[in-house]
Design a protein around this ligand. Structure first.
Ligand SMILES: *[C@@H]1O[C@H](CO)[C@@H](O)[C@H](O)[C@H]1NC(C)=O
Ligand SMILES: *[C@@H]1O[C@H](CO)[C@@H](O)[C@H](O)[C@H]1NC(C)=O
Length: 240
């Protein structure tokens, strides 16, 4: 009898507290420090951590609600000058490590999640639609779910007209053709605003060649979105 009552209480607690949360482990495999950022989708509160520092080889666990949707990225080459925090790539413009609801300023490699979407599935992808700054992978911890990644270093093959250079002249990020050249055929706007009218371009192919599983432009094919039954935890690795 007592066991049953306890079980009832536990179930009631789980029900009213919105069930369990999901754990995202963010890992920095890069040989340098990174500053990951998170941005929650419209209409839901931001996560308790919207920005953090990860030294090379370290990782950090984030609790996210089971129906979270949003994106993550990593800033590089950050420093504090006169009390203002700024980054060489993927800055969110907040002036501090926490992004507080601000997104990455392109170019930035993005990982995107919709947990508990249609059909009780999590949807996730790596997107280079906003450009590239560093390689990243998503590994679901649930059995039978597929990993996806952008393992290649697009910076090494970035066309000069898309390249962002660091103070030493090396390429530290690669802009999307849409951002760099603002033409409708690269942005899939105007006469190019439907999937069949916006085919891959010489520029999007540079990204796709390095990262076949990632979105390389707005209407990239459906092979770029992955699903896993809701409830899985996720590992996000920068420089996998
Ligand atoms: C997510 O789940 C919580 C708790 O169950 C609920 O309050 C909230 O409205 C849900 N949010 C969305 C976007 O479904
Ligand atoms: C997923 O969403 C469904 C329908 O919105 C809801 O009934 C269910 O409790 C959610 N699951 C989790 C783990 O939040």
């Amino acid at each position: 009898m007592e066991t049953q009552a306890l079980l009832c209480l536990t179930l009631a607690f789980l029900f009213f507290s919105g069930a369990h949360s999901i754990t995202f482990t963010i890992k920095n495999n890069c040989p340098y420090t990174i500053w990951p950022g998170t941005l929650t989708g419209a209409g839901i509160p931001q996560l308790t951590s919207t920005g953090l520092e990860l030294a090379s080889g370290t990782s950090s666990a984030l609790d996210v609600p089971a129906n979270w949707s949003g994106r993550m990225w990593a800033r590089t080459q950050c420093s504090n000058a006169n009390g203002k925090f700024t980054c060489g790539t993927a800055d969110c413009g907040s002036g501090q490590v926490a992004c507080n609801g601000a997104g990455a300023i392109p170019p930035a490699s993005l990982v995107e999640f919709t947990l508990n979407g249609s059909g009780g599935q999590d949807f996730y992808d790596v997107s280079l639609v906003d450009g590239f700054n560093l390689p990243v992978s998503i590994t679901p911890q649930g059995a039978g779910c597929q990993s996806t990644s952008c393992p290649g270093n697009v910076n090494q093959v970035c066309p000069p007209e898309l390249a962002v250079q660091g103070s030493d002249g090396s390429v530290i990020a690669c802009k999307s053709a849409c951002e760099a050249l603002s033409q409708p055929q690269y942005c899939c706007t105007g006469d190019f605003s439907t999937p069949d009218r916006c085919p891959p371009t010489q520029y999007s192919k540079v990204f796709k060649d390095q990262c076949p599983q990632a979105y390389s432009y707005a209407y990239d094919d459906k092979t770029s979105t992955f699903t896993c039954p809701t409830g899985s935890n996720y590992l996000v690795t920068f420089c996998p």
